[in-house]
Design a binder for this molecule. Structure first.
Ligand SMILES: [Zn+2]
Ligand SMILES: [Zn+2]
Ligand SMILES: [Zn+2]
Length: 291
């Protein structure tokens, strides 16, 4: 039986939560090698802070590598190819030690010790845990009608609509992320969203459909980049999603872990919201403007 990967913490409601498994005999083993006999399973949506090293281990376990292949090591962002080599997280421009990375191969002789430690901890964890039951990967583009939880998590019952142009809910509340299982919908959000949705269906969608159809005849610059460098007018693909996404709007709040995009998905012929980590590796196609 594969063991489910769960959250483990010392306290039931707050403190640091790690990812790990409970072995037979209830011994807790974590992906970051933090060890304590007092680590206990905790439920979702608690106020725990997620251990950063466990969060990167989870990305490593759940993200497929980019289809065109990825090097094992890259230099940190802004350093040269011969600077210290860091181990990559598949599908991301993020090192196992947490450093942002450049989109190029490393030719360095020296490797980062923190990255090596993280790799060793996760390998050790996988040896002990055996086959794992992993949580589902974060969806790429969201279903129409996705409701979001407010950032302060004060109200778990009412869901809100994300306003990509404002970077918050249509009602003005800061939002944490997509949620499921809410009972109701915020009324101001619904009214404003319905208006926006009508505009998307009647104006935005036909324009984007035409643009996507013209794509094969355009001169395009193709490169790999971080998701937070995407601009309206770009198209991109990423590992784990078969679709090509055409960026309609791109907003990311400073300090936010994710970039939120409004995209046209031509394979599904619809406008969708997209929430992806800022350091996700995306294959960008950007039209070259005639000089
Ligand atoms: Zn941890
Ligand atoms: Zn490193
Ligand atoms: Zn709202």
């Amino acid at each position: 039986m594969p063991l489910p990967l769960i959250r483990l913490a010392l306290g039931p409601t707050n403190g640091v939560a790690h990812y790990g498994v409970l072995l037979d005999g209830a011994e807790a083993v974590t992906t970051c090698a933090t060890h304590s006999p007092d680590l206990k399973p905790v439920t979702e949506n608690t106020a725990h802070l997620t251990c950063r090293s466990c969060a990167r281990a989870l990305l490593t376990l759940t993200t497929p590598p980019h289809p065109s292949g990825e090097p094992d090591e890259r230099p940190a962002a802004g350093t040269g190819p011969t600077a210290l080599a860091h181990r990559t997280i598949p599908g991301h421009l993020l090192a196992r030690c947490g450093k942002p990375l450049d989109n190029r191969r490393s030719s360095a002789r020296r490797s980062c010790a923190s990255c090596a430690g993280a790799v060793e901890a996760l390998n050790g964890f996988c040896r002990r845990s055996g086959e794992l039951l992993l949580p589902p990967a974060e969806p790429c583009h969201l279903d129409t009608g996705t409701l979001w939880a407010p950032e302060d998590r004060s109200d778990q019952v009412i869901g809100h609509r994300w306003n990509a142009a404002a970077g918050s809910g249509y009602c003005g509340r800061p939002l944490a992320g997509p949620t499921s299982g809410v009972l109701g919908e915020c009324a101001p959000c619904r009214i404003a969203w319905e208006q926006a949705e009508t505009y998307r269906q009647t104006i935005v969608l036909p324009r984007r459909r035409t643009l996507a159809a013209s794509w094969p005849y355009r001169t395009l610059d193709a490169f790999g980049a971080r998701a937070d460098s995407l601009e309206p007018g770009d198209a991109y693909t990423l590992s784990g999603c078969p679709e090509r996404h055409f960026v309609v709007e791109a907003t990311s709040r400073r300090g936010d872990s994710h970039a939120v995009l409004l995209v046209y998905v031509d394979g599904e012929d619809r406008i969708a919201e997209c929430r992806i980590r800022r350091d996700r590796l995306v294959a960008v196609e950007r039209p070259v403007l005639a000089a």
